[in-house]
Ligand binder design. Structure first.
Ligand SMILES: [Zn+2]
Length: 173
């Protein structure tokens, strides 16, 4: 483009004055093997079409924006209408060993009870790795029950209940 301007400027002043500038530009474009007048018109039409498409796209984006706005309003209305969520179950502020008043530190046990639980010495709760001792036997329940209250009944055929629910177990040894 800079070269094109330079070439226009290099022409004698009289020529610039006499020849309409548009013709001059077209002539220069031709001499530089640049788009011809008809090609130029075609390009202009292409540009106009592109512009129109852009305009239509912009309108669609506007419309989408409106839809999103409407959906947002609807959501806000729904949220405002729905009842507030149930308050979370209050977490116990006491150690879960019955009768213990200690502050829960880990797995719901106070420091002392957690210590004995870790050593597998806490009767009435599923121990580490799901171990439960009963009548000199070791029973293993699913790991997810670790630290939950457990009862074992029976002498030869055991029934293991965790949190009052019967669970599957394996006998060790
Ligand atoms: Zn305790």
């Amino acid at each position: 483009m800079r070269e094109l301007l330079a070439r226009l400027l290099r022409r004698p002043a009289s020529a610039v004055v006499e020849v309409p500038v548009r013709d001059l530009v077209h002539e220069t474009l031709r001499s530089q093997d640049l788009p011809s007048t008809s090609e130029f018109s075609e390009l202009k039409r292409e540009l106009a079409r592109a512009n129109q498409e852009l305009h239509q796209l912009a309108q669609r984006v506007d419309a989408l924006g409106g839809t999103i706005e409407a959906l947002r309003d609807e959501r806000d209305a729904l949220l405002a209408a729905s009842p507030s969520p149930e308050p979370a179950e209050p977490t116990s502020r006491r150690c879960k060993v019955p009768g213990c008043e200690g502050d829960p530190k880990s797995k719901g046990f106070c420091k002392a009870h957690y210590g004995s639980w870790r050593k597998g010495e806490l009767v009435g709760f599923v121990g580490p790795r799901g171990r439960v001792e009963h009548a000199s036997r070791v029973l293993v329940v699913p790991m997810r029950h670790q630290g939950e209250p457990v009862t074992v009944t029976g002498k030869k055929r055991f029934t293991v209940k965790v949190d009052g629910e019967k669970v599957a177990f394996e006998l060790l040894g």
